[in-house]
Design a protein around this ligand. Sequence first.
Ligand SMILES: [Zn+2]
Length: 233
Amino acid sequence: MTRPTPIDCEQCHTEQMFVMRMKVNVTSQPQDKEDLLAGKLNTFVCPKCRFTKMYDFPLFYEDRKRRLMILVVPPPTEVIHKYPPPGVVKTTQLRMVSSRNELIEKILIRDAKLDDRVVEFMKVQVRFASLSRSIPVDGHLMFSGVVKNDDDEDVVQFQDVTGASDDTFLSLPLPYYRKFAKALKPFIAQILTPDTLWLRVDHDYGQQLDRLVDKAIEKEEEVEKPRRKKRRR
Ligand SMILES: [Zn+2]
């Protein structure tokens, strides 16, 4: 699926041949991962005028070693009847994303050995924390890595990717991640349905998890109240 396609350069209007990649298997071709992370994959560079443009094509990303498969389906979302090879559904993380940036984020989360479902929940918490400090996050929050903060502690770092202002970094301590990961297990199981093969783990997913947790806390408080009254008697 690496057929050269003629495209018109937007700047100098010369027809150039461009190789679009629709499938990437980083197990057999690790260089593809490097190219993707460096922004070189599916990036057109005009040989005549050096005009550069990144293209988001439907892409199938496969990393057998890390047991990760991701479908990139840029909007408008078309129904793609693409099924994973039999036998991998239980052992491989299957994800669907809409853009190259989301794909890269998923790869980085997996490389950091984190669970993207917990990471999306953390983003919701980071937004709440920012809001309570009256500095709301305007843009998309993207995972940017596990890094050391000024106190030499490991933190999960997010980048507020806004078109308007400068990019801002926000973070939560790594131990929070571990606490969340443990506490969220039953809730994650509630969201996952057997027919959801290519799961979209995005902002909506994080909010869904957050609502489930809120409900559970409310229920617990209702049970707590009468118990406290009893003790007082
Ligand atoms: Zn050109």
